[in-house]
Write a protein of this length. Sequence first.
Length: 723
Amino acid sequence: MSGPLPGVLDEPGRADARARELREQIDRHNLLYYVLDAPEIDDAAYDRLFAELQAIEAKYPDLINTDSPTQRVGARAAQGFAEIRHRMPMLSLANAFDEDEVRAFDRRVREGLGLGEDDAPVQYNAELKYDGLAVTLSYENGRFVRGATRGDGEVGEDITANLRTIKAIPMRLLGEPPSSVDVRGEVLMYRADFEDLNRRQQEAGEKIFVNPRNAAAGSLRQLDPAITAARRLRFLAYGVGDDGDWHPTRQSALLDRLRAFGFPVGSPRRVVAGPQGLFAFYAEIQACRASLPFDIDGVVYKVDDRSAQARLGHVARAPRFALAHKFPAEEAITRLLDIEIQVGRTGALTPVARLEPVFVGGTTVSNATLHNEDEIRRKDIRVGDQVVVRRAGDVIPQVLRVLTDRRPADSPLPVFMMPDHCPVCGAATERDETEAVWRCVGGLSCPAQRKRAILHFVQRRALDIEGLGEKLVDQLVDRDLVSSPADLYSLDLATLVSLPRMAEKSAGNVLAAIEAARGKPLSRFLFGLGIAHVGEEVARILAAHFGSLATLMEADWDALMAEKSERQKENARRRQAGEPMLVVPLEGIGPEIAASVAHFFAEPRNRGIIAALERQGVLADAPASAPAPEPAAAGALAGRTFVLTGSLPDLTREQAAEMIRAAGGQVSSSVSRRTDYVVAGESAGSKLTKAQQLGITILDADGLRAMLAQNPDSAQSMHPTEQ
Ligand code: IVH
């Protein structure tokens, strides 16, 4: 690698001039590469420029300024991310799945703008719908100052340090930018970079990502920006939040201008007229979708005239001037090689389809969930069958149906049966009739359940111990080094480095993370224990009610439930009589949860583990006063609102609701524009109709499970590619 020219390093004046020159050159090459797609130099030459700048700045630290390309990777965030309230809310888009819905959108736009039959077609800017994560980037006087995730649309997380590492994001804007502007766009990972990342992850024994979107999400929310920097994320701009003193008149011109400021803007994009123009664009993109370097899940249409946009305004959380026209979920045909059984944290056995690898929905799929035995019977799925696999956006692959006409007439294959012994520990299995699941009765003596219990304990929403991934937990349990969460706290460096592929540095990091995971709030601790039916929401209710672990452990549940039911009865009477109501304790906790909690704490082994964890100071001291409410959940479904309607094939509505809450989602009883998903079972009525009218995504029980399976921490979500 060539260093600075002789002499440059010895003369501060020359060093300063050269550093400026290098920064300009590096910024220019970033622009050529990321925005103009026309690189002039190769990676090695780029690295040489970079190394030369680093050498100068190392010798003259005074010359460093914050937007130097060398300063993209900053220090690790000590704790989580701070919250940022967006200057303008980050809206979402209404969806359309067919041409009728697009025509209806165009009609609403025309009506809203007071256009008659004889008026010209509306001009729309047609763009790609990137399948990544929305972010907002604030620039003051042309300098990048702050960036945040979308969050709930009003408040996002401050991920400035991580966004700085993305080379496609300019630190200084080119040309004459407005004095203040919020640029909105999508962070994503190119498919090639995603494949590359997974290859490296696999070699290092780290987590494999299911798709580029998940990889981008996981990379963006790293507390250590150095990790984000190593992940090769991209950014594509699609709009502005607050345009400050800059008021572009058209969306198309706005994108041109953003590009001139140095932002990558996706292509193809085009101004088209009326529904016919929109359909032509849609067809064109659908045809070239696979050849784009990144995943898209549809196209977006925006009224091009921004003053018309302003006149149209918003409904609920989506603008009336824009529409996402989604692509149908992709399907492919492949062969079912085998059905394997996975054992989850609660002992539930989940059949998983091993498939002949097939490219569908932007990734190669080789596993799919089969949910449960009944499902396999209902669909008559047999090893050796040709099956139709579907994968949509961020949803895990599913086996839709069997091509029975391709099954040989003399197929001798037997119908699938769940094993009567656990494939991991050999203990007996039994079917829980109410839940349609088979469980291994081995409990924590089953290594599979032990592993999952530990992973559940260390996950972000529980004790939040970073670095304890599946591979490491597998090794620790398989070697009998750890058999319960409490054992984690007795691990030492010598033990960890004795494991294959464990370097001293990573071992040190793991120990430091365990060390740091102390003094946690009661609700997280309770959730982490993995008590049946105790998701985050229930854990919060218990923590708020009892205040301390000791009080909870000694609770007289029979008396509590009796009192609760008395009060409910009394309230029913008072409601009739129009009298003021009593407060009902433990709202949301019914007899089933109560029995499960009581059972868990009565178990001597559990009490032993808890005592050991308490000795380690894992739990924060009980607050003297009433405990403060804790921050909302952040799971796979965080920020999403569900409505359940109709009867689901093998879940009660309460169970489904609990699963949604455990993954951070909210369950509401009525459908409104704020509803994100409606889960509809058999004989669903008016709620379903309303959801259809509002264009809300409708899921069946499979769809819900598939979304939950995105959440590696949920017991019902065991899926091989996820973990
Ligand atoms: S505009 C004013 N344009 O889709 C509406 N969004 O459901 C704000 N997205 O969270 C969004 N490509 O992350 C817009 N060309 C595009 C987009 C796009 C992807 C995402 C965006 C947003 C979600 C809306």
